[in-house]
Design a protein around this ligand. Structure first.
Ligand SMILES: [Zn+2]
Length: 424
């Protein structure tokens, strides 16, 4: 335990505590490459159990909510409104150590600081450690926070694991989530009691590194519309014998679609719209395809992200109409899955200003950015909770094992949050 070795009330002590937690949880959840903390699964639970043990050593009060998220606080029963601080414990498979965990450790340090220095804030603070934010495991994101607000459908609960095929409902049940309550689609949290929700997170993009900003305050979060599996079916055939006008080539049809969508993207961007498009999965069936075989089928994903819901709706309509045109022109057929929608979210303007004030008063830059990635904060904001986010500069991207974050930058985000809460 750090308490024995390092004098209390020193900033250096908190920095060492942060380094220790990052390193311990990183080691506990190490994979062959990077770290893996599976949503409602092994690595996530290992990380959560580590935090629970440490919280008990520090004398924090620990609760598990009905969605099996963990809540830490300094008082056993909080009746008044409270400030909620949190982020997620899970990671993508073979990901980096700081995505999600940075916000969890920030919340822990915040409580440790309040307790060790015996600081009384105007409103009590709770720290929420969320499960299941990453969509990589079950194809659904923000599971822990959606469950809290009754936003998980019975269809969502039937989602299957990326490799084992096990159902999400089974994993949630095994983690202690109350499925009978979650299935009712009722809110499991009294959101009126949450005065404000703040999430600290690494940026996961290149802007802060490019601008040389250690931290920045987030103005809003892009929403996304996602198709995990669109199938394009044509006709397989001999590559040498079938002339162009008789071909039904699925790869050429898919490539045509992506080129058309790229043109729409360019037009929307030139008119000032906010949009990013990605087709991260795009393949033929390697088992039956060959160099000399016209591809009869492809499978691809399609994702659009924007801060503006009307742009996302327009893009979805364009995607469908371009598919219809290509079907007519190329004799193929597109089969769509259900689109999964995460709506854009705005951070609360008053909270943004207060976070900017806190950052500036500590001598850090007064700067803000939009979030390209989805976060649990978007769920809280869209449920009417006043929400804010602080981004920490991180290098080498995110959702990969090379993700980097400087602890000095991280400590600036914690100080900003601490100042924000003390001034609230
Ligand atoms: Zn994250």
């Amino acid at each position: 335990m750090l308490n024995d070795k390092i004098p209390l009330h020193e900033e250096e002590w908190f920095e060492k505590l942060a380094i220790k937690i990052f390193s311990d949880i990183g080691n506990l959840t190490k994979d062959k490459i990077g770290i893996s903390r599976e949503s409602y699964g092994r690595g996530e639970t290992l990380g959560i159990n580590y935090i629970i043990d440490l919280a008990e050593e520090f004398g924090f009060y620990v609760e598990k909510d009905d969605a099996a998220n963990i809540v830490l606080s300094l008082d056993k029963s909080i009746q008044s409104n409270y400030i909620l601080v949190g982020s997620h414990m899970d990671s993508v498979p073979q990901g980096g150590n700081f995505d999600g965990l940075a916000g969890v450790v920030a919340g822990f340090l915040l409580l440790a600081n309040l307790k060790e220095k015996k600081i009384r804030t105007s409103l009590p603070v709770k720290v929420l450690i969320l499960r299941g934010e990453e969509s990589a495991w079950y194809g659904k994101n923000c599971i822990g926070s959606k469950a809290l607000f009754g936003l998980l459908s019975s269809e969502d609960l039937k989602s299957t694991h990326r490799t084992t095929g096990n159902k999400l409902s089974e994993a949630m049940n095994a983690s202690g989530a109350k499925l009978d309550l979650i299935k009712n689609s009722k809110s499991l949290i009294n959101s009126k009691k949450i005065e404000v929700f703040i999430e600290i997170h690494i940026e996961q993009g290149p802007v802060l590194v490019d601008k040389d900003w250690p931290i920045a305050i987030v103005t809003g979060i892009r929403g996304n519309y996602r198709h995990h599996k669109i199938r394009c079916k044509g006709d397989a055939g001999h590559s040498g014998t079938i002339p162009r006008y008789l071909r039904k080539d699925a790869v050429f049809a898919g490539a045509d679609l992506i080129t058309r969508m790229d043109d729409h993207w360019n037009t929307i961007e030139q008119h000032g719209g906010d949009l990013v498009l990605t087709s991260g999965i795009f393949h033929t069936d390697i088992d039956n395809q060959a160099m000399s075989r016209i591809p009869g089928e492809i499978l691809f994903s399609f994702e659009s992200r924007s801060q503006d819901i009307s742009t996302l709706d327009a893009l979805e309509a364009l995607l469908r109409s371009e598919c219809k045109t290509i079907e007519r022109e190329r004799g193929v057929h597109f089969e769509f899955d259900n689109v999964i929608k995460s709506y854009p979210a705005e951070c609360n303007q008053e909270v943004v200003e207060k976070l900017l004030d806190a950052s500036e008063s500590l001598g850090f830059s007064r700067v803000s950015v939009a979030s390209g990635a989805t976060h649990d904060a978007a769920i809280f904001s869209n449920q009417g909770v006043k929400t804010g986010m602080i981004f920490i500069r991180n290098d080498k991207g995110s959702h990969n094992p090379d993700e980097r974050m400087e602890v000095k930058d991280f400590m600036k985000s914690v100080s900003t949050l601490d100042k924000f809460i003390n001034d609230y």
